[in-house]
Design a protein around this ligand. Structure first.
Ligand SMILES: Cc1cc2nc3c(=O)[nH]c(=O)nc-3n(C[C@H](O)[C@H](O)[C@H](O)COP(=O)(O)OP(=O)(O)OC[C@H]3O[C@@H](n4cnc5c(N)ncnc54)[C@H](O)[C@@H]3O)c2cc1C
Length: 388
C-alpha cells in the first residue's frame, strides 16, 4: 500500500488541516465505520454520526468566518469528504450535501441572507439542494415548480423528488421557475426555504439499493409563502447559479466515490493476502495480480487528478467545468469497478453481508447517476472539444 500512503502524504494540507483530518479519522473509525453496517441494514438515519461530525465543527470548514465559520481549503474539504465516505458513504453524502446546498448561498447570497442563515449551518444544521422533479432529471430545465410573486412574498407550488436530507433539512435551497418568464432556461430562479414553513411537506422517503442510511425524500410545496428576502440574486438567475455550484460539488462527489473505492481496495488487498487456495495466498496468483495492478493504477490516477484539481481551485482557478465533469465521471466509474471486483476477489464470501464490500458495491452505483449521470458528463466533456 506504499503508493497510496505516499499519495496521501503528498496532499497539500496545512498542519492544522492534517490535525483535523487525524481527529476525523479517529471519529470515523470509532463511531462512523463502527455503525455503518447496522445503519445500512436498518435504514436508520445516522444522527449519532451527524452529532459526531458537528462536534468537530465540520460544517464550519466551508463557511466564511464572518458568518460563524472557520474556513479551511477546498483540498481539506475534499480530503474530509473522502475520509467520511470511506467509513460510511451515507454519512459522507449527508454531510457533503450541506456543502453542495449551501455553496450557492455563500457565493450568491446578500449580506443580510448570509448573516441570517449561515450561522445555524456553521453550528451544524442540515441542508438540502432541491433540483430534481419526477419529469425533470438530467434536463433540469423541464422543472415545473412555480414561484409566483405576491407583494413581499413569493408563493411556491410544486414538488421535488430524490432530495437528499429532504426530510431532515433545516434549510432548503430550491430551484423553480418564475411565473411570467416564458423561456424555460431564463425562468429558473432560486429560493431559500426554512424548516417548518407552512405548506412544505414530506411526501415519502425512498427504499434504496445503497446509501440506505441517508434519506432521500419526495417533498411537496403547497402555496408555501416565502419572504422575498429569501430570493437568491434575481428572478431568472437560477441556471447560472446552478452551473457555478455544480462545478464545485462534482469534485466533491468524486471524493465521495474515491472514499468508497479506497475502502474496497484496502479490504481487497487485506483479504487477498490472507485467504489461501491451492496452497498459496490468493494475492500470489498472477491473474489476481493483473486485476490489482489495473485497479491500483486507475485509483492512483484518479486520486492524483483530484488533488491536482483541488490545488488549482484553491489557487483561485475558476475555469474548471470540464475537469469537474472528468473527475466525477472517472472516479465514480472506478468506484463501481473496484467495488465489483472486490466482491469477485472474495468469492462467495464477498456476496454475503459478512464483509462490507457488498455494501460498498451497492453504495458505489449511485455515484455514476447523481450530480449528472455519467452519460451526461461524457456528453459535456465531448462537447467541450467542438470548435466554436
Ligand atoms: C439516492 C439519490 C439521491 C439524490 N439526491 C438528489 C438531491 O439531493 N437533489 C437533487 O436535486 N437530486 C437528487 N437526486 C437526483 C439525481 O440527480 C437524478 O436521479 C439524476 O440527475 C438523473 O435523473 P433521473 O433519475 O430523472 O434520470 P433521467 O434523466 O430520466 O435519465 C435516465 C437515463 O437516461 C440517460 N440520459 C438522460 N439524458 C441523456 C442524454 N442527454 N444523453 C444520454 N443519456 C441521457 C441517463 O444517463 C440515464 O441513464 C438523487 C437521486 C438519488 C437516486
Amino acid at each position: 500500500m506504499k503508493v497510496f500512503e505516499r499519495l496521501d502524504a503528498a496532499i497539500a494540507l496545512t498542519d492544522d488541516e492534517r490535525m483535523l483530518l487525524d481527529s476525523l479519522r479517529n471519529v470515523c473509525r470509532d463511531t462512523i465505520a463502527a455503525q455503518a453496517a447496522k445503519n445500512d441494514r436498518e435504514g436508520t438515519f445516522p444522527w449519532d454520526n451527524v452529532k459526531a461530525l458537528n462536534a468537530l465543527g465540520m460544517n464550519a470548514m466551508f463557511i466564511p468566518e464572518a458568518y460563524g465559520g472557520a474556513p479551511l481549503s477546498y483540498t481539506a474539504y475534499l480530503a474530509c469528504m473522502r475520509e467520511v465516505s470511506k467509513a460510511c458513504a451515507s454519512t459522507g453524502i449527508i454531510w457533503g450535501t450541506n456543502f453542495h446546498a449551501i455553496k450557492p448561498l455563500i457565493d450568491f447570497g446578500t449580506e443580510e441572507q448570509k448573516l441570517r442563515l449561515l450561522p445555524r449551518m456553521a453550528e451544524g444544521g442540515l441542508a438540502s439542494l432541491c433540483i430534481t422533479e419526477p419529469n425533470a432529471g438530467s434536463d433540469a430545465t423541464g422543472m415545473r415548480t412555480r414561484f409566483t410573486e405576491d407583494g413581499e412574498h413569493i408563493i411556491v407550488n410544486g414538488g421535488k423528488t430524490f432530495i437528499t436530507n429532504g426530510d431532515v433539512a433545516d434549510v432548503y435551497v430550491l430551484f423553480g421557475k418564475w411565473d411570467g418568464i416564458d423561456d424555460a432556461r431564463k425562468a429558473i430562479s432560486v429560493l431559500i426555504l426554512e424548516k417548518g414553513m407552512p405548506g412544505l411537506s414530506v411526501v415519502r422517503t425512498e427504499e434504496k439499493m445503497g446509501h440506505r442510511a441517508s434519506s432521500t425524500a419526495t417533498i411537496a410545496f403547497d402555496n408555501v409563502r416565502v419572504p422575498r428576502a429569501n430570493l437568491l440574486k434575481n428572478p431568472g438567475d437560477g441556471l447560472a447559479i446552478l452551473f457555478a455550484s455544480l462545478n464545485k460539488s462534482r469534485p466533491s462527489i468524486a471524493a465521495h466515490a474515491l472514499g468508497i473505492a479506497r475502502a474496497a481496495f484496502e479490504d481487497s488487498v487485506a483479504y487477498l493476502n490472507e485467504r489461501r487456495q491451492s496452497g498459496r495466498r490468493i494475492a500470489e496468483f498472477q491473474g489476481i495480480q493483473f486485476m490489482l495492478a489495473d485497479l491500483a493504477t486507475d485509483l492512483a490516477g484518479a486520486e492524483s487528478w483530484l488533488w491536482a484539481l483541488a490545488s488549482r481551485i484553491d489557487a483561485g482557478d475558476t475555469d474548471f467545468g470540464t475537469e469537474a465533469s472528468m473527475i466525477k465521471m472517472r472516479a465514480s466509474d472506478i468506484a463501481m469497478r473496484i467495488t465489483t471486483d472486490a466482491v469477485q476477489f472474495m468469492g462467495g464470501y464477498g456476496y454475503t453481508q459478512d464483509f462490507r464490500v457488498e455494501r460498498l458495491m451497492r453504495d458505489a452505483k449511485i455515484t455514476q447517476i447523481w450530480e449528472g449521470t455519467n452519460q451526461v458528463h461524457r456528453q459535456l466533456i465531448g462537447r467541450s472539444f467542438i470548435s466554436k
